[in-house]
Design a binder for this molecule. Structure first.
Ligand code: ADP
Ligand code: MG
Length: 260
């Protein structure tokens, strides 16, 4: 069964795209079939996967509006060995155009039905806002992964996000759950980061991934080459952390699996 994960945080610059691209590559390296969906008009996940957003004829925009089939927009086997539904700035107009469409929150969910049987994981890189695009991500997903930096304002934004997830679960997508909170760009020498990290664990317990993503320059460099960090510097701390995250996710799933 496919697992569809929305990678969401309405704050920008917390590591959503870095997590999407590097987790997709790590799961693909573990022989899982992965589709990454770029749901941000900035198209960073697209560029980071080695696909030039400026030259694309069709993107997730046409998929949401229903004018192209999902399979026809998909880029097969990107630089990270996963498939991609790309995005570019065209997507910025989608929000307004979707407002008057029927079932505007579930357009991505419907569009994914056609291809979801081909994958073990579908990851959705959401934009930095709680808007209609993010809502489409939350309605299409089984669970949410929340990347966050351990800083003072992080917890405040988190309660807005958790409330949104609760509302979506109550009204639109009853299966939606929080898969996990991921500490990103972590610096263990920073006392405040340690304190916020402890608060997170007190509040969310097991929902906080044991794996912590350190601040690592290789993760920041890799997008400029259009490749995940795994193919830029396999031994870097950043690469190893995302491989460990994939391992943690896979082992969590196998322990949670229903007995046969
Ligand atoms: P978001 O998608 O949430 O806006 P990004 O993944 O684009 O965030 O990350 C924001 C910036 O921080 C990018 O320039 C990215 O390269 C950098 N970055 C993300 N994670 C790390 C990390 N663990 N170490 C170093 N730089 C990182
Ligand atoms: Mg991003």
């Amino acid at each position: 069964m496919v697992k569809i994960l929305a990678i969401t945080n309405q704050k920008g610059g917390v590591g959503k795209t870095t997590t999407s691209v590097n987790l997709a590559a790590s799961l693909a390296a573990a022989k899982r079939r992965v589709l990454l969906i770029d749901l941000d008009p900035q198209g960073n996940a697209t560029m980071g996967s080695g696909v030039d957003k400026r030259t694309l004829q069709h993107t997730v925009y046409q998929v949401l509006l229903g004018s192209q089939r999902t399979a026809d927009v998909r880029v097969v086997a990107t630089s990270g060995k996963y498939d991609l539904i790309p995005a570019n700035r065209d997507l910025a107009g989608a929000e307004i155009e979707m407002v008057n469409l029927l079932q505007r929150e579930t357009r991505l969910k419907e569009a994914l039905r056609e291809v979801e049987g081909e994958y073990d994981f579908i990851l959705i890189d959401c934009p930095p806002a709680l808007n209609l695009l993010t809502l489409n991500g939350l309605c299409a997903a089984h669970a949410v992964m929340i990347p966050m930096q351990c800083e003072y304002y992080a917890l405040e934004g988190l309660s807005d996000l958790v409330n949104t997830i609760k509302k979506v679960r109550a009204n639109l997508n009853p299966v939606l759950e929080i898969e996990g909170l991921l500490r990103t760009m972590f610096d263990p020498r920073n006392i405040l980061a340690q304190q916020v990290s402890e608060q997170l664990q007190q509040h969310f317990g097991d929902k906080v991934y044991r794996t912590v993503i350190p601040r690592n320059v290789r993760l920041a460099e890799a997008p400029s080459f259009g490749i995940p960090a795994l193919y830029h510097d396999k031994l870097s701390k950043g690469t190893q952390a995302y491989l460990a995250l994939a391992g943690e996710m896979l082992s969590r799933d196998s322990t949670n699996a229903a007995p046969v």
